[in-house]
Design a protein around this ligand. Structure first.
Ligand SMILES: *Cc1c(COP(=O)(O)O)cnc(C)c1O
Length: 380
């Protein structure tokens, strides 16, 4: 019996809605299902405007254009993140400035942001790692004082909150992912969430190849033409129909994942107490959505050995990001002033365990194998 790291969850209505979209005969984007998804995202997050995109990567690229990020600008972000967080801004000619992460949440350390700001800084991109919120009050304060844009990379943070406020609704702009490895999926998919009304019109234009097509269809302009830079960022109705089936169940998907997360968390409490490993930590004012469960081992060797041990038992556990500042592309920029000690240490010690709806039946096996590994006397 093999236990994969991820297994996409289907609600059972995906094909039904795709058939409905097919029957309607509108296959391009911005039809009935896209509208439903937009409304759902706006109501559940409280953002001003939601726009579906074909990925979170695409939404980040839109955010960079919308934020007028250009040549010579600097954008502050963690190094411990997915490449798209940085790539979207590099594509516009900007330089990512990497800041270290906090030991508890592995999120950008808000206390290190001020020191990284220069006259060229234009934006702060925060990543809510594992759906645990960054310290948004402090970050928004810094940004308001320095007139910087805040972009929330909320790829892992659907249905998560900070002090009761939905993630994606706090920064100026936010991005979501519906990639099949995330909690709510569409195969490939994403969304741009906008919280500043004055950015909405331009966002629609950028998403529609730089044209005013959306305004034209609403009857607000009488010609449909090229008015700005842009690209094709919108998904087809097939993707939106699939996503709609998932959004309808987003609450119950999150609940199911949280139960699995809690089972891991309780099972590993004893080993944490004994000093064998460290479990995820989240401030009480941050409600996560069980996007991932990870363990922090003592060092790289232990982490490598645990992944190997689990693999031999048919369990697929994985490490996570290679810090961007140490990647071949990241090293070219080298604008990071300080050593990113927590990033470097934690990225070597972190292992992600399988977490998917349906894992319940096999979870005890995963926990037992971690136990079998820890009990090896050579580790003590
Ligand atoms: C998954 C992920 C992305 C990219 O999402 P896509 O939809 O695959 O483009 C970006 N940032 C973070 C933090 C992610 O976890």
């Amino acid at each position: 019996m093999k236990i994969p790291f991820n297994k996409p969850y289907m609600t059972g209505r995906e094909l039904h809605y795709i058939a409905e979209a097919h029957a309607r005969g509108q296959l391009a984007g911005d039809g009935e299902f896209t509208k439903r998804c937009h409304r759902w995202l706006e109501e559940s997050t409280g953002c001003t405007k939601a726009l579906l995109t074909h990925s979170c990567t695409a939404a980040l690229e839109m955010a960079a254009i919308l934020g007028n990020i250009g040549e010579g600008d600097e954008v502050i972000m963690p190094s411990y993140t997915f490449v798209s967080t940085a790539n979207a801004f590099v594509l516009r000619g900007a330089t990512p400035v990497f800041v270290d992460i906090r030991e508890d949440t592995l999120n950008i350390d808000e206390n290190l942001i001020e020191a990284a700001i220069t006259p060229r800084t234009r934006a702060i991109v925060v990543v809510h790692y594992a759906g645990v919120a960054c310290e948004m009050d402090t970050i928004m304060d810094i940004a308001r004082h320095r007139d910087l844009l805040v972009i929330e990379d909320a790829a892992q943070a659907i249905m998560c909150t900070y002090k009761g406020r939905p993630l994606g609704s706090i920064g100026d702009i936010a991005t979501l992912s519906f990639h099949e490895t995330k909690n709510v999926i569409a195969g490939e998919g994403g969304a741009l969430l906008i919280n500043r009304p004055e950015l909405v019109e331009r966002a629609e234009i950028i998403r529609e190849k730089g044209t005013n097509r959306s305004q034209f269809f609403r009857g607000q302009v009488d010609k449909y033409t090229w008015v700005d830079i842009g690209s094709s960022f919108l998904p087809s109705e097939m993707v939106a129909a699939f996503l709609w089936a998932q959004l309808e169940d987003a609450g119950s998907i999150t609940e199911k994942r949280l139960k699995i997360w809690e089972t891991y968390h309780q099972a590993f409490a004893g080993w944490e107490k004994a000093g064998d490993l460290r479990r995820p930590q989240a401030p009480t004012h941050c409600q996560h959505g069980a996007h991932m469960y990870y363990l922090l081992l003592k060092n790289l060797e232990d982490r490598t050995n645990l992944i190997h041990h689990l693999d031999e038992s048919g369990i697929n556990a994985v490490f996570h990001y290679v810090p961007l500042h140490s990647s071949p592309m990241g090293r070219r920029f080298d604008r990071t002033q300080t050593k990113l000690e927590i990033t470097e240490s934690y990225s070597e010690r972190l292992v992600r365990l399988p977490l998917w709806v349906g894992l319940e039946a096999h979870q005890e096996g995963v926990i037992n194998e971690v136990g079998a590994f820890l009990k090896k006397p050579s580790l003590y």
